[in-house]
Write a protein that binds this ligand. Structure first.
Ligand code: SF4
Length: 389
């Protein structure tokens, strides 16, 4: 199954830790409206050009609006994009349609209109239920707005609500993190994603770290908070199905699962990434990414040139390595499927390493899947690197 991703490159304000491509408001409302319109026109043009390619004439089971802050768009603009997508591509009737939502940009009415436009899943960037932590992250919303947003979303008819939270903030105590988790669970979302704060290069946060104004949390403390998170969410009925993602039964994100299964996805909008396998031959896959600039993206499309900034053909070895990495991060590697796709037997080729992981309680083999335990998730990157592919 395939997925569509649409990148909406606008934010109300740039958060100090963020390295996603997005632009803060222009100096005047007129310039802002012009830029949004330029983006929307260019996006339609990109969809129009991509629909001409035979390989993209497949059923799509998910559509994900990410960013940036997609919830800054008006519901009518979002409805228009969905209409254009639906007339260009085959989107399944039961498709999962997710909108990343910033609590500072919506109210009950707007959420109802998004629901009416066809969005059926919200991924709400709560990040913390403590106002001082939100201020440190330079988020535009308060903890009260976060809670209100979840309640409004439910009243607007959303059943499938996911909350994003960030832990391992500087000086964050265990009790404060536990309190955010308790409040999240208390709101009863179907899905929760928890990420530790990463200091990305070339962000204001990395400058603050470099000049000593912020001391990042060390890896032991990060691991301690992460371990607590896993146990807490599991004990409250959330199943972990990826390093950072937890869901109530029936509410795993189909879009994310497609990424982790190495399924095809087509990314649209500035900076969007795509992955596509061509035909049945193993190793025949490519990845490409769009220009990360609204004016340059639009300019390219006006010239009828696809706004691709770079692409790579994936070798068979790269695909194997990625599949191991993605499988271990999520619900495991289907050993028989892996053998069929690549003619390689993971349990034979990696026998001694796998046996060590099993003995150490880091991994299990269940129903033909090699998967990590919660202990293994803690050191997932090291385990992936230690498998010699
Ligand atoms: S709202 Fe999200 S995308 Fe926008 S700057 Fe903040 S973290 Fe980045």
């Amino acid at each position: 199954m395939a997925s569509l991703y649409v990148h909406i490159p606008f934010c109300e304000h740039k958060c100090i830790y963020c390295d996603f491509y997005s632009i803060a408001p222009q100096e005047t409302p007129i310039r802002q409206r012009a830029l949004v319109q330029q983006f929307l026109d260019a996006l339609k043009s990109e969809i129009g050009q991509r629909r001409q390619e035979d390989r993209f004439r497949v059923p799509y089971e998910t559509v994900f609006f990410g960013g940036g802050t997609p919830s800054l768009l008006s519901p009518s603009s979002l409805a228009e994009i969905l209409d254009v997508l639906a007339s260009a591509f085959t989107i399944q009737a039961d498709a999962e349609v997710t909108l990343e939502t910033n609590p500072g940009t919506v109210n009950g009415e707007k959420l109802k209109d998004f629901r009416g436009a066809g969005v059926n899943r919200l991924s709400i960037g709560i990040q913390s239920f403590h106002d001082d932590e939100l201020r440190f992250l330079t988020r535009i919303h308060s903890s009260g707005q976060g809670r209100q947003c979840v309640q409004d979303a439910r009243r607007a008819g959303f059943e499938n609500i996911s909350l994003d939270l960030i832990f391992a903030l500087p000086l964050q105590t265990s009790e404060r993190w536990a309190s955010s988790l308790r409040q999240a669970v208390g709101l009863g979302p179907a899905h929760i994603s928890c990420y530790s704060l990463i200091v990305e290069p070339n962000t204001p946060l990395s400058n603050m770290v470099n000049n000593g104004r912020v001391v990042p949390v060390n890896t032991d403390r990060d691991a301690e908070l992460y371990e607590f998170t896993i146990h807490f969410l599991r004990s409250h009925g959330y199943q972990q199905y990826e390093v950072s993602n937890f869901a109530q039964p029936g509410f795993k994100s189909r879009h994310n699962i497609n990424y982790w299964n190495h399924s095809n996805y087509l990314g649209l909008g500035p900076s969007a990434h795509s992955f596509w396998r061509s035909g049945g031959a193993p190793g025949a896959a490519e990845r490409w990414w769009n220009i990360a600039s609204v004016p340059a993206y639009a300019d390219s499309l006006w010239r009828r040139v696809l706004p691709v900034a770079g692409r790579e053909e994936l070798t068979l070895e790269q695909l194997i390595r990625e599949e191991v990495f993605l499988g271990l991060r999520s619900e495991g590697i289907d050993v028989a499927g892996f053998r069929k796709r690549y003619g390689r037997d993971l349990l034979v080729e990696q026998k001694s390493r796998v046996e060590t992981l099993l003995d150490e309680g880091m991994a299990v083999v269940e129903d033909g899947m090699l998967k990590l335990t919660s202990k293994g998730y803690l050191v997932c990157d090291e385990i992936s690197a230690s498998l010699q592919y």
